[in-house]
Design a protein around this ligand. Structure first.
Ligand SMILES: Nc1ncnc2c1ncn2[C@@H]1O[C@H](COP(=O)(O)OP(=O)(O)OP(=O)(O)O)[C@@H](O)[C@H]1O
Length: 589
């Protein structure tokens, strides 16, 4: 009787008469008859794939099963004892993971609620998983919403799980063998399954993103850090590399999300992310949305990549100069091999990169006993000769800033090196070696090999350098807050390690407690582009500075990005906003 009424209702739907069913159910019934040629009277057994096929489906979905497992376990614990069964299917509808009560194994198996069952709509008819795959949205297919007679006792609530590129990856289904008649009895199941699917997407995105910024968002400050609603993975320029499906609501409907900059849809850019880290007060982490609303943000900074590095053959002075930066590791390996010989070395690099420190470490690793360090600026031929007379036996002569050597001192130096063959010159320069204006005869007496020290902005061990400096130089175990650390990691450091040390020393002196916070950091200071000296030209020069530019020019150069403009002018964001208002400036277009 019940079956006959079900078949009649299907017929009415096929004739185009509404029967009060959800529209996705009616649409699915029509497909079952018109597209798949199914008969609702037939009670076809569940479709179970072969063991070999199941192995293949599980292999394909391995990463999703791993990401979903703990979410499924905790969901199953929540519904334990209420006869629910949980299925995780792949995007084709094949059940690849399963949680059910062992007491009902046989019942569940015969109802198709088991590993390997295929719940795609074209095989199983209207069902939770199948409808979820077609609509790509959470659905409840309750009792006689099901098309086939075999399933009309079941109630299935299913939610889609998307991968971080927005593709359907899996379906999470929670089903009951027997349920109360009203469909609304499944509202709790719907809420549980959508929450679990969101958490699986979140776990998957986080696992994929150790090298990128992740911005997590929530409409409630209380849940921001523990159970956010949305997450996006961003590259260094703020472009979206991945997202959880709830992020779609931030972007224009139907438009692409991947590759778009986050500041197109939210009042936040990649430069603001340090301000949104967990150590900042939640109520300050407010972000404006496109529609004038607000969300709370939690930014998670990228972790430094791990790389296989050349191994230093010995420890000592050289090994202590790097915390795992690959370019430094290669440089130190070369330095270690060259140190014991007598080849003169020219050490090139921007100011403050550690050329002098490297030269001293090379000397300490060499066989030379005597050591003399001279600044070339203002060095006379007479002073050079007098200083070197004091050296006896194999000695290192460190000539700092060789580009500043006066021509007559250069001539005297060439003669001196000929007369004192035990002297091994180590020279430093802030210019590209090819731009150093020295007589050719002297150049080749100084530059037997060139060692190039990388600028700090190119080094990957910046975090290590910061921590080591604080450990060694700051009192009372001072440490950086995560946002202060992220802010320093994002700076360009034109003054290199020297500038870094000074910033940390100032911050350590200014901070009140044991933690250096964002507001304790001195703003970056850059020399005027007009400042004299080798830095203003030459390929080793750091990026140009902002000195002398008007607020409007700086804003234009920073594409009206407040955080970047603030950093460039050495003030905070609120100062920039205040100045913009005071000057009546408006962003273009
Ligand atoms: N590898 C390093 N680890 C830690 N600190 C370093 C390292 N290299 C340099 N420093 C520190 O950075 C500061 C600048 O280093 P150094 O004087 O060697 O730079 P430089 O390149 O010779 O600078 P300049 O060319 O301006 O004379 C010093 O205080 C030094 O102790």
């Amino acid at each position: 009787m019940k079956h006959a009424r079900h078949v009649e209702e299907i017929e009415r739907v096929l004739e185009g008469n509404p029967t009060g069913r959800d529209s996705f159910v009616s649409a699915s019934w029509r497909r079952c008859v018109e597209l798949y040629g199914m008969d609702p009277m037939r009670a076809d057994p569940a479709h179970i794939v072969t063991e070999a096929e199941l192995r293949e489906h599980r292999k394909q979905a391995e990463w999703m099963i791993a990401a979903a497992r703990s979410g499924l376990q905790s969901l199953f614990r929540q519904v334990a004892g209420q006869n629910y069964v949980l299925l995780l299917t792949d995007a084709k509808g094949v059940c690849v993971d399963f949680f059910g009560d062992d007491l009902f194994t046989e019942d569940l198996r015969s109802a198709g609620l088991y590993l390997g069952s295929n719940w795609s709509e074209d095989l199983a008819g209207t069902c939770g998983v199948g409808a979820c795959i077609i609509t790509q949205a959470p659905v409840t297919v309750h009792q006689d919403d099901h098309f086939g007679n075999a399933h009309t006792a079941l109630s299935c609530t299913a939610a889609p799980i998307f991968d971080s590129l927005g593709q359907l990856a899996a379906v999470l289904d929670i089903s009951l063998l027997r349920s109360p008649a009203p469909k609304t009895s499944q509202s709790l199941a719907m809420s549980l399954v959508t929450t679990a699917a969101r958490r699986v997407e979140m776990a998957n995105l986080m696992a994929e993103s150790p090298r990128d910024w992740v911005l997590r968002l929530s409409s409630s400050p209380e849940f921001l850090d523990v159970d956010p609603e949305v997450a996006v993975r961003l590259d260094g320029s703020g472009r979206v590399l991945g997202y959880t499906s709830a992020a779609r609501r931030l972007f224009p409907e139907g438009g692409a999300i991947l590759g778009h900059r986050i500041d197109e849809v939210l009042g936040v850019s990649v430069d603001d992310l340090p301000d949104l880290m967990r150590d900042r007060p939640t109520e300050e982490r407010v972000i404006e949305t496109r529609d004038g609303g607000a969300l709370f943000g939690h930014a998670i900074a990228p972790k430094a990549p791990r790389q296989a590095l050349p191994r230093m053959r010995s420890g000592g002075a050289l090994a202590g100069l790097s915390g795992g930066d690959p370019a430094m590791a290669r440089l130190l390996d070369q330095a270690e091999r060259l140190a014991p010989g007598t080849v003169p070395l020219l050490i090139a690099g921007e100011t403050g990169t550690g050329k002098t420190r490297l030269a001293r470490a090379i000397h300490m690793t060499s066989k030379a006993q005597g050591f003399l360090s001279l600044d070339c600026a203002g060095l006379s031929a007479a002073a050079l000769g007098a200083a070197c007379q004091a050296l006896a036996g194999p000695s290192t002569l460190l000539l700092r800033r060789i580009e500043d050597l006066a021509p007559e001192t250069a001539t005297a130096l060439a003669g001196l090196l000929d007369r004192q063959p035990d002297l091994r010159p180590l020279s430093t320069c802030c210019l590209e070696p090819a731009r150093v204006a020295l007589p050719r005869t002297l150049f080749h007496r100084l530059a037997g090999a060139v060692l190039s020290v990388p600028p700090l902005r190119m080094r990957r061990d910046l975090g290590w350098l910061m921590e080591r400096h604080l450990r060694r130089h700051a009192a009372d175990a001072v440490r950086l807050s995560p946002s202060a650390r992220a802010e320093l990691m994002a700076r360009s450091w034109p003054g290199n390690i020297r500038e870094l040390e000074q910033v940390l020393d100032v911050a350590a002196a200014l901070c009140d407690g044991p933690v250096i916070d964002l507001h304790d950091l001195p703003a970056p200071v850059a020399p005027s582009p007009l400042a004299p000296g080798p830095l203003a030209s030459g390929p080793l020069a750091p990026p140009a500075a902002a000195a002398g530019e008007s607020l409007e020019q700086v804003l234009a150069a920073c594409e009206w990005n407040m955080a970047r403009a603030a950093r460039r002018l050495g003030v905070n964001r609120s100062t920039i906003l205040r100045r913009i208002r005071a000057a009546g400036l408006q962003p273009p277009g």
